[in-house]
Design a protein around this ligand. Structure first.
Ligand code: C2E
Ligand code: MG
Ligand code: MG
Length: 969
C-alpha cells in the first residue's frame, strides 16, 4: 500500500517531468518517421493541448492549443499533408518551417490523456501508407498496452534498426503503467522506467551492473531465468525488498526480446505492484483463518450453548463490567425477562431488584475473592427463591441458579410443622417420652424431667422399668401393648427420683420399623397423683366431718347398716350404738365463741377415739352430737363400761386457748336387736335414750328401752301442741315479785310465761321454752308475754298510784333479739299498756347476747335511748366477764340461783357472789339474787351487799290476780 501511494505520488510528479513519456514519444515518432519535428497532443479537461514537442519547436509550442494547420488534429481529424499548398495558407506553414505534416489522432483517447501525435518536415514529402500505419500502430499500442506494443514491435521488420528499437522500447517503457525494466542476456539491468524506479526506489545508478536479485533475491531471480529459458516466459508473484527496505509484492512477467534470428537481445521484466492485492489476499487469508477460528469458536459456543440451553438450571454469564453476555432459556423463564433485553445490559440496571440484595453481595464477593459462591436468596421481582452458584472466570462470572421456592416452602412447612410438633412436645404439660423396645429412653420432654425429677442426661438412656414403683410394673404394660399395639389411660404407679410415688395414666403406642417389628414405644404420661389425692380427699370429705376428721353421719349410717346386716345374718353378733350429746355445749359456744367451741369439739373427738377400741367407729353427727358404733360386743355391760369410760375421759378439763373448759356428756345407748329394721331406727333409739339421760340430770348414760320411745313420741306431740298453742295463744303470764332483801318491800315483778295446756293443765317454761326456742315459736310467745305484762302493769299503775314506782322485768330470748322489729314491738307494747319506758326492764342471758354481740350493742343502744333498762339474766352460768358486759348499757344483773343455792355450802361460792356484787356495784350495776329460798341465804346476801332478790322465800310466780293483791295500795 505504501509503495502504491508512493507510486501514485511519483506518477503525479512525472506529469511535470521535462523528459517525460510525451517527449520520448514525440522523439520516437520523429525518429521512426525520420522527420525533424514531432509533437504529442494531450487532453487537458475540455481542451486539447500540445503535450510535448520534439525538433523544430516554432511550429507548435508545448502547452498551447494547436491552431492553424494543426487545428483539425485537435478536433480528432488526421492530417496527411505531403506538400504545403501555394497561397497564404501554405505560406504561413512554411513560415513555421512546416511543408509536410502527418498527424494521427488517437481513436481511444484517455490513457495519459494522449489523444494524438504528429510529425512534420520542412521538406515536402510523400507520406507512405506504411508510415501512416506505423504512426497509427505506435500510438495505439502505446496508448492501449505498452507491453503488447513492445511484443508487437519486437519482431517488426521496420524496427530492425537497434537504435530505433531501443528508442521505441524506451518510449513504450515510459508510457507503460507497469514497472518495466530491461535486462541483458546475463540478467544485468540495462534500463528501467519511471514506474520501476518509483516502485523499487533504486536509482539508475543503483541498478547498473546489478541483477533483479538485488531486490527479489537470488532464488526468485533464478526461478525467473529458469522460467524464461524453459517456456520463453516467466510469470509469478515475487516478493521484493524496495530500496528503503519496504517489502513489495510484485506480479512479475518476464520475456525475452529476440532478433530476427531468434537470438535473445534482452529480457523485459514487467512488474506490477500487487502488494495491496497480496495484502488483501493475506488479509483475506487471515480473515478466512479468523473466520474459521471464529467458526470454530462459534461451533464451540454453539456446543456450549447447546449444553447451557439443555441444562435445567438457569444460567447467565456476566462480564467484568456486570453485563450479561449469556442468558439461557431457563434463565429467561426464571427471571421472567427476555434474553435480548438482558444481553449486553448491566445486571444492576436490567435487574434493579438485585441491587443491595444478597445476589449483589455474593456476586461481588465471588469476583473480589475469586472463588465460587453458593447461596440461596429471594428475588423480590419474581417472588422466587433461587439456589445460586456463581463461578468467577477470566471474563467475569458464570451464574447457575435454580428455583427452590417450592422446596423451601416444603422445607419451611416441614420446619414449621417440625417445630410445631417439637413445641407441642416440649410445651405439653404431660410427660412425653420415646423409648426403645427394651425401654431405654430416647427422647423425653421437659415435663417428663420435671415429673420424675431427673436431669435430661440422667433420664436419656435410663430404662423405663426403673421408674415403675413395685415389681414387674413394666412387664404388665409391655404385655398389654404388644398385644394391642396401644394402651390408653393405663394406670401405673411410677416413682420420682426422690422416691415419691406418682399415680399416672399411661397412653402409649408401639413404634415399628420398616419390617413391622416393634422398634420401641412412645407415649404420654399424665400425672393423676393430685387428682387421686383430691378424689380420695373428696371421698374422705364426703364421709368425714371437716372439723374433727371423724366419720360423718353418712359414713356412720353406712357402717351401722352393714353391722345391722351382719347381725341379721349372724344372731350371735352383737353391737351397740352410743349417742353422745355434750351438756351445756351451747353455752360454751355462745359465750366463748365458735372458734373455741370448734376446738373443744375437736379435742373431745380426739378423746372419744382414744376411749374406744380400734374396730369401733366414732362419728360426729353434727353440732355437739357424736355417735359411737361399738362393734362386736359380748353383752350390754361392754357397752355401758365403754360409755362410763367415755364420760370419765370427757370429764377431765380441757385447756383451750389458755382457758379451762369443762364439758360433760349425756350418753344414750341402743343395743342391736332384731326388732330394728333400719339403721336410722337404731340411731333414733340411742338419741332418745340420750335425751332421757339429759332429762335425768345429764353427765350420765341411759340405755334405751321402749318407754323412751314413747317419750320421744310424746315430745313430738308436744311440738305439735305448742304450734297449736301459739295459734290459739294458750299462754298466760305469772308474776314473781322482786323484793328488797332488807325490808321485803316490793320492788317489782318478773313476768314469767305459763302455758295453759287444754289437757295437761298449766305447763312450766322448762317443759316448753327449750322447744319453743328450738322451733322459733318463742318469738310470738315472748311478744305475747311482753304485751300482756305491759298491759297488766299499765292497768295496775293506773289503778294503784303507789304501784307506779314498780318495775316490770320481762325475759327476752336470743331469738327475739335477732328480730329486726324488736324495738318497734317493745315500743308498741309500752304504748299498748300506757307504761312509761322507765318501768320496763328486759332480761337477757349472757349466752343470748354472745350469739351476735354487735347486734346486741346496737339493739341495746336503742332500748336505752327509749329509757328501757337492761338486765343480765342467769349471770355466772356463761363465760362472759363483767368487763365485757360493760360494753352493753346494763343496769341490773341477776345472780344465778345456782350460786345462791350453794351459798352456804362452799366458801368459794361466797367469794364468787361477793366478787360479782362488788364488781357490779363498782360498775354501777344493780345485782339481784335469784332463787332465794331460805332466810340464811337472805342474810348472807344482805351481808354481801346485795339489795334486791327474788325467790320462793318471798313468793313464787303467781297469776296476775294474785299478784294484784300484793300491790301497795
Ligand atoms: P328465770 O328468768 O331465771 O326465771 C326465774 C325462774 O326461777 C322461774 O322459773 C321462777 O319460778 C324460778 N324461781 C324463782 N324463785 C325460785 C326459788 O327460790 N327456787 C327455785 N327453785 N326456783 C325459783 P320459771 O317460771 O319456771 O321459768 C323458768 C325460766 O323460763 C326462766 O328463768 C326464764 O329463763 C324462762 N322463761 C319464763 N318465762 C319466759 C318468757 O316469757 N320468755 C322467755 N324468753 N323465757 C321465759
Ligand atoms: Mg328471768
Ligand atoms: Mg334467771
Amino acid at each position: 500500500m505504501e509503495s502504491a501511494e508512493r507510486a501514485a505520488t511519483r506518477v503525479a510528479e512525472q506529469g511535470n517531468g521535462a523528459s517525460g513519456p510525451h517527449e520520448r514519444l514525440a522523439r520516437l515518432a520523429a525518429r521512426l518517421l525520420s522527420t525533424p519535428a514531432a509533437a504529442v497532443l494531450v487532453q487537458d479537461g475540455e481542451r486539447v493541448l500540445v503535450g510535448a514537442t520534439w525538433g523544430a519547436p516554432a511550429a507548435l509550442r508545448t502547452g498551447a492549443t494547436p491552431a492553424g494547420t494543426f487545428a483539425p488534429l485537435a478536433a480528432g481529424v488526421p492530417l496527411v499533408i505531403d506538400h504545403a499548398p501555394a497561397g497564404p495558407e501554405g505560406d504561413a506553414l512554411r513560415a513555421d518551417g512546416v511543408t509536410a505534416i502527418l498527424g494521427i489522432p488517437l481513436a481511444l483517447p484517455g490513457r495519459n490523456a494522449l489523444i494524438g501525435a504528429c510529425v512534420w518536415d520542412i521538406q515536402p514529402r510523400r507520406w507512405g501508407s506504411d508510415e501512416i500505419a506505423l504512426l497509427q500502430d505506435l500510438l495505439a499500442a502505446i496508448a492501449t498496452d505498452p507491453i503488447r506494443a513492445i511484443r508487437a514491435t519486437s519482431s517488426d521488420a521496420r524496427l530492425h534498426d537497434p537504435a530505433i528499437r531501443l528508442e521505441l522500447y524506451a518510449s513504450i517503457l515510459a508510457r507503460a503503467d507497469e514497472a518495466v525494466a530491461v535486462i541483458d542476456e546475463a540478467g544485468c539491468y540495462l534500463e528501467q522506467n519511471d514506474q520501476h524506479r518509483w516502485l523499487l526506489g533504486f536509482a539508475d545508478g543503483d541498478l547498473r551492473g546489478r541483477t533483479p536479485a538485488l531486490h527479489m533475491g537470488d532464488a526468485a531471480f533464478a526461478r525467473l531465468l529458469e522460467g524464461i529459458r524453459g517456456s520463453g516466459e516467466f510469470r509469478g508473484d515475487v516478493r521484493s525488498r524496495a530500496q528503503d527496505g519496504t517489502l513489495i509484492d510484485l506480479d512479475v512477467t518476464a520475456f525475452p526480446i529476440t532478433d530476427a534470428a531468434a537470438r535473445t537481445l534482452c529480457i523485459v521484466t514487467i512488474q506490477r505492484d500487487i502488494t495491496i492485492r497480496k495484502r488483501a489476499e493475506d488479509a483475506a487469508r487471515t480473515l478466512a483463518g479468523e473466520r474459521a477460528a471464529r467458526a470454530q469458536a462459534e461451533e464451540e459456543h454453539r456446543r456450549v450453548a447447546t449444553i447451557l440451553e439443555s441444562i435445567t438450571d438457569g444460567f447467565v454469564a456476566l462480564d467484568r463490567d456486570w453485563r450479561f453476555t449469556y442468558v439461557n432459556r431457563e434463565a429467561e423463564r426464571l427471571l421472567e425477562r427476555e434474553r435480548d433485553q438482558l444481553l449486553g445490559s448491566c445486571i444492576w440496571e436490567a435487574m434493579p431488584e438485585t441491587v443491595g440484595s444478597e445476589f449483589e453481595r455474593q456476586y461481588r464477593l465471588a469476583l473480589k475473592e475469586r472463588r465460587p459462591v453458593a447461596f440461596e436468596a429471594l428475588s423480590t421481582q419474581v417472588r422466587r427463591w433461587f439456589d445460586v452458584r456463581a463461578f468467577p472466570s477470566a471474563s467475569g462470572l458464570s451464574v447457575y441458579f435454580r428455583d427452590v421456592t417450592q422446596r423451601r416452602a416444603a422445607q419451611n412447612a416441614l420446619l414449621v410443622s417440625e417445630s410445631r410438633y417439637r413445641s407441642i412436645f416440649e410445651d405439653a404439660r404431660d410427660a412425653i417420652y420415646v423409648t426403645t423396645r427394651e425401654g431405654e429412653f430416647v427422647d423425653v420432654n421437659s415435663s417428663a424431667l420435671e415429673l420424675f425429677g431427673y436431669d435430661r442426661d440422667e433420664l436419656i438412656g435410663m430404662n423405663a422399668g426403673a421408674l415403675y414403683a413395685g415389681q414387674g410394673g413394666r412387664l404388665k404394660f409391655q404385655e398389654v401393648i404388644e398385644q394391642t399395639g396401644y394402651v390408653r389411660d393405663f394406670e401405673v404407679r411410677l416413682q420420682r427420683k426422690d422416691g415419691a410415688v406418682l399415680d399416672c395414666l399411661l397412653t402409649s403406642s408401639v413404634r415399628r420399623d420398616e419390617e413391622g417389628q416393634v422398634a420401641g414405644y412412645q407415649g404420654i404420661i399424665h400425672d393423676i397423683t393430685e387428682r387421686k389425692r383430691t378424689e380420695a380427699q373428696l371421698l374422705h370429705e364426703a364421709l368425714h366431718d371437716a372439723l374433727t376428721g371423724l366419720p360423718n353421719r353418712t359414713l356412720f349410717m353406712d357402717r351401722l347398716s352393714r353391722s345391722l346386716e351382719r347381725a341379721r345374718r349372724n344372731r350371735s353378733f352383737l353391737f351397740a350404738v352410743l349417742f353422745l350429746d355434750l351438756d351445756r355445749f351451747k353455752v360454751i359456744n355462745d359465750s366463748l365463741g365458735h372458734l373455741v367451741g370448734d376446738e373443744v369439739l375437736a379435742a373431745i373427738a380426739h378423746r372419744l377415739v382414744g376411749s374406744v377400741r380400734p374396730g369401733d367407729t366414732v362419728a360426729r353427727l353434727g353440732g355437739d352430737e357424736f355417735a359411737v358404733l361399738l362393734y362386736n360386743i359380748e353383752n350390754l355391760t361392754d357397752a355401758t363400761t365403754i360409755a362410763d369410760r367415755i364420760q370419765d375421759t370427757l370429764r377431765q378439763p380441757l385447756t383451750i386457748r389458755g382457758r379451762e373448759v369443762f364439758t360433760t356428756a349425756s350418753v344414750g345407748i341402743a343395743l342391736s336387736s332384731t326388732e330394728c329394721e333400719r339403721a336410722e331406727d337404731l340411731l333414733r333409739d340411742a338419741d332418745t335414750a340420750m335425751y332421757r339421760a339429759k332429762e335425768l340430770g345429764r353427765v350420765r348414760h341411759q340405755v334405751f328401752d321402749r318407754t323412751m320411745h314413747t317419750r320421744a313420741v310424746e315430745l313430738l306431740q308436744l311440738e305439735t301442741d305448742l304450734r297449736r298453742a301459739v295459734d290459739r295463744m294458750e299462754f298466760t303470764v305469772h308474776y314473781q315479785p322482786i323484793v328488797s332483801l332488807a325490808t321485803r318491800e316490793l320492788e317489782g315483778f318478773e313476768a314469767l310465761a305459763r302455758w295453759n295446756h287444754p289437757e295437761r293443765g298449766l305447763v312450766l317454761p322448762a317443759d316448753f321454752i327449750p322447744l319453743a326456742e328450738e322451733t322459733g315459736l318463742i318469738v310470738p310467745i315472748g311478744y305475747h308475754v311482753l304485751l300482756e305484762a305491759c298491759r297488766t302493769m299499765g292497768r295496775w299503775q293506773a289503778a294503784y298510784p303507789r304501784a307506779r314506782g314498780l318495775s316490770l322485768s320481762v325475759n327476752l330470748s336470743g331469738r327475739q333479739l335477732a328480730q329486726p322489729d324488736l324495738v318497734d314491738k317493745v315500743r308498741a307494747a309500752l304504748a299498748a299498756g300506757g307504761l312509761p319506758p322507765g318501768a320496763l326492764k328486759l332480761e337477757i342471758t349472757e349466752s343470748a347476747i354472745m350469739v351476735d354481740p354487735e347486734n346486741a350493742v346496737s339493739v341495746f343502744g336503742e332500748m336505752r335511748d327509749l329509757g328501757i333498762e337492761l338486765c343480765i339474766d342467769d349471770f355466772g352460768t356463761g363465760y362472759s366477764s363483767l368487763a365485757y358486759l360493760q360494753r352493753f348499757p346494763v343496769t341490773r344483773l341477776k345472780i344465778d340461783r345456782a350460786f345462791v343455792r350453794c351459798l352456804l355450802e362452799e366458801s368459794s361460792n361466797v367469794e364468787i357472789v361477793r366478787a360479782i356484787v362488788t364488781l357490779a356495784q363498782n360498775l354501777g350495776i344493780e345485782p339481784i339474787a335469784e332463787g332465794v329460798e331460805t332466810p340464811e341465804q337472805q342474810t348472807r346476801l344482805l351481808d354481801l351487799g346485795s339489795r334486791f332478790a327474788q325467790g320462793f322465800l318471798f313468793s313464787t310466780a303467781v297469776s296476775a290476780d294474785e299478784a294484784e293483791l300484793l300491790l301497795p295500795r
